[in-house]
Design a protein around this ligand. Structure first.
Ligand SMILES: [Zn+2]
Length: 337
């Protein structure tokens, strides 16, 4: 008995900062209602608010604390950044670029000078309309090939990398499926080997902030900027030279105009989801599967979790979801960028 206690204490002490982080993550990715992010254009598909973020609080999962494990020093600079296509810059394609600003590739931070969007209203002073979304700031709710291919789906995993990420990567590998990982900066820093493996396996990365703040849109601009830019830096540092981070996902889907713009300026496209498996609430494997199967439509984006607590249900559900998707004729893709 005493030994056990002692051990617990030690583990706690060792976990230190990680424990604090884990608490912050516990809130999981359930959609928050507040976010004004939905914004223009996007089909209703977005996070079904019906999800009543409720239960969320329950989530705090102390077990995960120590976790993060994977102490393997990773050494291997598998920098080979395979994912050949930098896909980077969204639509932009620096077309007319009068200035030879060579570095275009880096997702040009130069804000595309407001493309003459001025409709020059006629005399009547219309009620002030909110400015249209800047390019690249609208939330993506579909796969990259959704308009050209039939049954495609994008799998996304949030809140890792962590102790369950390896099992998820094994499953994805088994079915030759590529997915997107929305990572927490410090989790990436703590598990560089996993980030490197994600990249080496051909998956792609998404920025899921430093502290997983919920709500996020109420933070100061400075703090939101830090949450996004610092997390991206941590993920890139963990992945090694050349690591690409293509998307930003606000915790709980709490996108706002501000955080979408901050992300876009850092070369990140906001990405939502159309299917919340609610695996973060650990409703049981069958329920996770049922959620996925009932909500999925071709071109959709599925939200699951590889981090933020005990994800054994997520792993088990994925092991059944993958063969089902294949059987249904789905092919796997990344979110549009
Ligand atoms: Zn999350």
């Amino acid at each position: 008995m005493p030994v056990r206690t002692h051990r617990t204490v030690l583990r706690r002490a060792a976990a230190g900062g990680v424990a604090a982080l884990t608490l912050a993550l516990a809130c999981a990715c359930g959609p928050t209602s507040g976010g004004s992010g939905q914004a223009a254009g996007t089909p209703a598909a977005g996070p079904s608010s019906s999800a009543s973020a409720g239960t969320a609080s329950a989530g705090v999962d102390p077990s995960s604390s120590a976790g993060t494990g994977d102490p393997t020093p990773t050494a291997g600079p598998t920098s080979g950044s395979p994912s050949g296509s930098p896909s980077g810059s969204p639509s932009g394609s620096a077309s007319a670029g009068s200035t030879p600003s060579g570095s275009a590739s880096t997702g040009g931070r130069t804000a595309p000078a407001s493309p003459s969007a001025d409709p020059a209203p006629a005399t009547t002073a219309a009620a002030p309309r909110p400015a249209p979304d800047a390019p690249g700031t609208s939330i993506v709710y579909n796969t990259a090939s959704s308009t050209t291919s039939g049954k495609t789906v994008a799998l996304t995993f949030d809140d890792g990398p962590g102790p369950y990420t390896g099992q998820i990567l094994d499953l994805l590998d088994q079915y030759h499926v590529k997915a997107t990982f929305c990572e927490i900066g410090p989790q990436a820093s703590a598990n560089p080997a996993l980030v490197k493996r994600i990249v080496a396996d051909g998956h792609r990365l998404c920025d899921h902030t430093v502290h997983h703040p919920q709500p996020m849109h109420t933070l100061s601009l400075d703090k939101q900027t830090y949450e996004i830019t610092a997390a991206k830096d941590m993920i890139v540092a963990a992945g090694g030279p050349g690591t690409q981070v293509s998307w930003f996902r606000a915790p709980g889907g709490d996108f706002s105009k501000a955080n979408r713009q901050i992300a876009a300026q850092d070369g990140l496209r906001p990405v939502g989801w159309t299917v919340d498996t609610r695996d973060w609430a650990r409703p049981g494997v069958d329920q996770i599967l049922a959620n996925a199967k009932s909500e999925l439509k071709p071109g959709g984006i599925i939200l699951m979790h590889d981090g933020g607590g005990d994800r054994s249900q997520s792993v088990a559900a994925l092991s059944q979801l993958l063969p089902w998707l294949v059987q249904q004729g789905y092919t796997f893709d990344f979110p549009a960028s």
